[in-house]
Unconditional design. Structure first.
Length: 160
């Protein structure tokens, strides 16, 4: 069975969190180019790419306090606004990656999750089953995995 790696791009890496609704498209393009090289070097590895909301979803999330759950009509409006903002960023990233020739498809993992009282009862495969690679916006784009069997020193993007 092919290995699956989940690459999470931090919201601060692909957006300017100091300015609402500001995608860092040059960084997206550079990341996409590196993903293309990875796919050429490791064609049998399945790569799932996720991303944070950065300066898109976090503004609405803070305004409506959606991290604490949704209970009222106003909070559900906030949930919808956060989703729309995250989706807008997702569309930008999809467009950038598509222009680079990456075969990308978008789907929110939450679409397959069932919850009860704030706890996930069932949904996508447990993330513990995947090899995780994460990115850091604090210094350079650094990659690591829980298995530590693959580290890509070529990922050296500087974030703003």
């Amino acid at each position: 069975m092919a290995e699956t790696i989940f690459l999470k791009l931090g919201g601060s890496l692909i957006t300017n969190k100091d300015q609402a609704h500001t995608a860092l498209t040059a960084e997206m393009d550079a990341i996409g180019a590196q993903i293309l090289r990875f796919r050429q070097d490791f064609p049998d590895v399945r790569l799932l790419v996720g991303h944070g909301s950065g300066s898109f979803g976090h503004v609405a999330a803070k305004k409506y306090g959606t991290r604490n759950g949704v209970h009222s009509a106003e909070e559900w409006q906030g949930f919808l606004e956060v989703w729309r903002e995250a989706h807008a960023l997702d569309e930008i990233l999809l467009e950038r990656f598509t222009q680079l020739g990456l075969p990308v498809l978008s789907f929110p993992l939450s679409a397959g999750a069932l919850t009860r009282q704030g706890q996930v009862e069932s949904g996508p495969p447990a993330p513990s089953k995947w090899r995780w690679i994460t990115t850091s916006c604090q210094s350079s784009l650094a990659m690591w995995s829980l298995t530590k069997s693959w580290v890509a020193p070529s990922f050296q993007l500087k974030s703003k």
